[in-house]
Design a protein around this ligand. Structure first.
Ligand code: NAP
Length: 311
């Protein structure tokens, strides 16, 4: 019988407890569960974690074999010096599918100029025929679990996709660039720029005034990574100058986005409330159970965060 501690809110505990237990049972693993504070720390085998959970000192969990995040982004916990156990981030099909759908929907909205017809009634009967996807360049920043899936779908639709990441790779149907010195090239190709990067010391303020100025004039920006990737003031200035035509933002430095933030009133900004990709309970429970089962059988954990890189 393993002991699972949930370092999450009571609501998330109620939502995830039964599906995780069920997914473990399917793997012949029985578990006892408790919310943080309700289990002696030295008894805990695994910690299920979500941002906002009450535990901040992980050093007391002397036999815990892993901390398993319910979320893909780990920027709030990765720097915790008391956390010496392996930290695994969430990788699951629901997240991936959600991100692919959100990115594809908003890229197509920008590409087709859909807003023109949503806003304008009666229509000026002028035919603004959009280019085909094969004539449109899209750059995806971040080619991890989510970015590579989104970029691949865009490539399948025919877009001319450039992907950018830290390390070089080959992905069918697109050009992949790697490293800081190739970022200007990736930005210069971005009629539509999609950011799905994690927040790390290297990515904060990545899209600052200098980098936004490298985009083709009239570019569209989608940010589904983290709000801190974008310099908000620089983005507003780029929108005001017309260098950026529109920004669709799902993530913000402060969430919920404060009521007095200039993004709310800017006609060039679409705001979505951090819904691009949500962890889906059933597939996430399976991902957690799979990692526990692997660990119990002596197999290496999946999706372990590299603390030297912060993602
Ligand atoms: P991942 O698999 O860890 O991929 C991260 C990608 O970013 C990798 O391709 C990595 O490059 C690249 N990267 C990191 N630092 C870089 C740098 N300094 N320069 C260039 N590339 C860099 O993560 P994921 O699962 O795809 O998730 C990405 C992020 O999406 C999460 O961290 C989270 O912030 C965000 N997210 C948002 C939502 C939402 O609803 N809006 C939902 C889930 C996740 P390498 O591959 O070369 O290492």
């Amino acid at each position: 019988m393993i002991q699972l501690l949930f370092n999450v809110s009571p609501d998330l505990f109620a939502e995830y407890r039964a599906p995780i237990l069920e997914a473990l049972r399917r793997r012949n693993i029985e578990a006892q569960t408790a919310l943080a504070g309700d289990m002696p720390p030295e008894a805990v085998d695994y910690i299920i974690h979500a941002t906002g959970g009450p535990v901040v000192d992980f050093s007391v969990f002397t036999k815990a074999r892993a901390v398993l995040s319910l979320w893909a982004g780990v920027e709030k916990i990765v720097g915790n010096a008391t956390l010496t156990q392996p930290l695994c981030r969430m990788v699951e099909d629901g997240l991936r599918r959600g991100m692919v759908e959100w990115v594809t929907g908003h890229v197509l909205r920008a590409h087709l100029g859909t807003d023109l017809y949503v806003r304008e009634k009666p229509l000026t009967w002028a035919r603004h025929v959009p280019p085909l996807a094969t004539e449109r360049s899209v750059t995806v920043l971040g080619l991890g679990e989510l970015g590579s899936a989104a970029a691949t779908t865009l490539a399948h639709l025919g877009f001319r996709v450039t992907g950018w990441a830290r390390r070089g790779r080959e992905i069918a149907g697109m050009r992949c660039l790697a490293g800081a010195d190739r970022l200007p090239e990736a930005l210069a190709a971005a009629e539509i720029l999609v950011s799905i990067l994690p927040e790390t010391p290297d990515t904060i303020d990545l899209l600052n005034a200098e980098r936004l100025a490298l985009l083709p004039r009239g570019a569209f920006i989608l940010n589904a990574g983290r709000g801190s990737l974008v310099d908000d003031d620089a983005l507003v200035a780029a929108l005001d100058s017309g260098n950026v035509a529109h920004a669709t933002l799902d993530v913000f430095r402060t969430e919920p986005l404060p009521a007095d933030h200039p993004f709310w009133s800017h006609s060039g900004v679409t705001i979505s409330p951090h819904v691009a990709a949500a962890t889906r309970v059933s597939s996430a429970a399976d991902a957690i159970a799979e990692n526990v089962a692997r660990s119990e059988s002596g197999a290496p954990l999946l999706h372990v965060v590299d603390r030297t890189r912060s993602y």
